[in-house]
Structure formats: C-alpha cells, structure tokens
Write a new protein. Structure first.
Length: 294
C-alpha cells in the first residue's frame, strides 16, 4: 500500500471514529430521532451533489427494494439505536461495541447458510464477548441509570450491521456509490416517523448543529467516498482494515475532546475485541482474507 493510500485509510478510520464523538455531543440535546434525520438528510444531499457531478444514476425503479432494505438495516435502525445509546454511553464504549458487528455478521451468515461455525470463528466470538464484558464491567459508565439498556441497544445496532452485511453478499449487484446514495434517501424517509415520538429535548447551539452536520456530511458522505475509493485502488481486503483502526480513534477522540477516562480496561477490552474481529473475519495482510465492515 502506498503512503498516499495509507494516509487515506488512517483518515477514514479517524473520520468513522469521530462519529461516536459527534453523536455523544449532539444526541443529548437533539435526541436520537432529530439527530439521525439530520445525519441521513445531510449525507443524502451531499451524495446527491456528487451524483450529479459524476452523473451516477440510482435506477430507482429497478433497485428501490434493495435501497429500502439497506437503508433500514445499515442506516436508519442502527443509527437511531447508537444515537439513543449515545445519550448515556461514552464515545469510547460506543466505538468498541460497534466493533462487534463482524462477529454478528459471522453468526448470522452461518445461520443463513446453515453452516457450522469454524473453531477459529468461535474463538474470535468468545474473545469479542470477553472484551465487551471486560470493558462494560469495569467502565464507570456502566453504573449510570439506563446503561444496561443503552449497551443492549448498541449491541443490537451492531447486530443489524451484521444483517446488512449478510444481505449484501446475496443482494443484486449494485454500484457501491449507488448503494450509499440510495440507502441514505430511504433511511431519511424511514426515520421521519420517529420524530413524532422523540422530539428534540433541548435547543441546539451552533456547536451542536455543527456536530450534526459533520456526522452527516463527513462521517457518512465523505467517508463513503474515501472508502469506495480505497476499495477501487487497494482492494476490499486492505480497505476493510479500517474495521480494526476506527475503534482506536473513537477512544482517542473521546479522551481528547470529551475528557473521557481511558483506563486499562478500555485499552484491554478494545484490544481483545479487535483481536476477536480479526479472527472472525479471517483477515491476513497480503493473503486475501475477508473482513466485514460495521
């Protein structure tokens, strides 16, 4: 991998890691529904501009069902769940919980294909479970009111990413940019009804709105462009190493900007979860291993 592509990979991990920071900042004020509606609308508008400039059609009539499924399982529902959890959990904990998505994907894929899970994958899942247990067991946020439900919601969000990745493997072949663009519009429509049940609990400041815009344009729109560009230039296997790096940035940004405590359990839990993810995905640098991106 060239220096330029390595820089793009690290930049992408830093951007996706920042999504937990922005949710932690904005969710307590805007609420999960308003924040995520902002996120998917801003992302859809940004990607629409790119689509117009690059003349990339969506072919709505042919692929609308596909966009609906992706929009629900890969965006609308998990985004809402993570934003709901962000009112209680730290950015560090959210980042590590999100890293369990490939493990859910491996389990769902095995059930879907009616195949036995390999011993390597079982060890990876066991490690991931142990890492999450270590993190939430020692982190002080687990003692907050509602932390248990927030942790369950974040894990269920990752579970939905696993459903989306399993579906995508058997879905009709659609250009990757169109997947991102089309699913953002369908997600925007699906999140709309939730605004009736989760209105914004506070008045947004300029900083809160900046976080919401960054979450949509930067963490969804720009990140998708970087990700698919890396797939084109270095291949899917190398591009998906971002799965192992982004949780580290989630922890870093939380510590730097929100003054979150990074204890030994944070580092150890994240390392164990990442090790489990590597085993589950079967990633081996330079050997064409497969990985799933949350």
């Amino acid at each position: 991998m060239s220096t330029a592509n390595l820089f793009r990979l690290v930049l992408l991990a830093a951007i996706w890691g920042a999504s937990y920071l922005f949710m932690r900042i904005a969710a307590p004020v805007l609420g999960p529904a308003v924040l995520i509606e902002y996120r998917v609308v801003f992302a859809a508008l940004f990607l629409a501009v790119i689509a117009l400039l690059t003349k990339k059609p969506l072919h709505w009539k042919r692929h609308w069902k596909h966009y609906v499924i992706l929009g629900f399982f890969n965006s609308a529902l998990p985004f809402l769940l993570f934003a709901w959890s962000a009112r209680t959990l730290s950015a560090s904990v959210l980042a590590v919980l999100n890293a369990t998505a490939p493990m859910w994907g491996a389990l769902i894929g095995a059930v879907w294909q009616r195949q036995m899970v390999s011993p390597r994958v079982l060890v990876g899942i066991a490690l991931g479970t142990a890492g999450v247990a270590l993190l939430v067991g020692f982190d002080h946020v687990s003692s907050r009111d509602g932390a248990g439900l927030a942790i369950a919601a974040a894990l269920f969000a990752s579970f939905n990413y696993g459903i989306a990745s399993t579906y995508a493997k058997a879905a009709p072949a659609v250009e990757p940019f169109a997947n991102a663009h089309g699913s953002m519009w369908t997600a925007a429509l699906m999140v709309l009804p939730s605004l009736l049940f989760f209105p914004a609990p506070g008045e947004p400041t300029t900083g809160i709105m900046a976080a919401a815009i960054a979450l949509g344009v930067l963490c969804s729109g720009v990140a998708y462009l970087l990700y698919y560009g890396l797939i084109r230039d270095v291949g899917a296997t190398s591009a998906l190493t971002v799965t192992f790096i982004s949780p580290l940035f989630g922890i870093l940004w939380g510590a730097l900007f929100l003054h979150e405590v990074v204890g030994w359990y944070t580092v150890a839990g994240a390392a164990i979860v990442i090790a489990g993810t590597v085993l589950v995905t079967g990633y081996r640098p330079g050997f064409g291993g497969k990985a799933n991106l949350a």
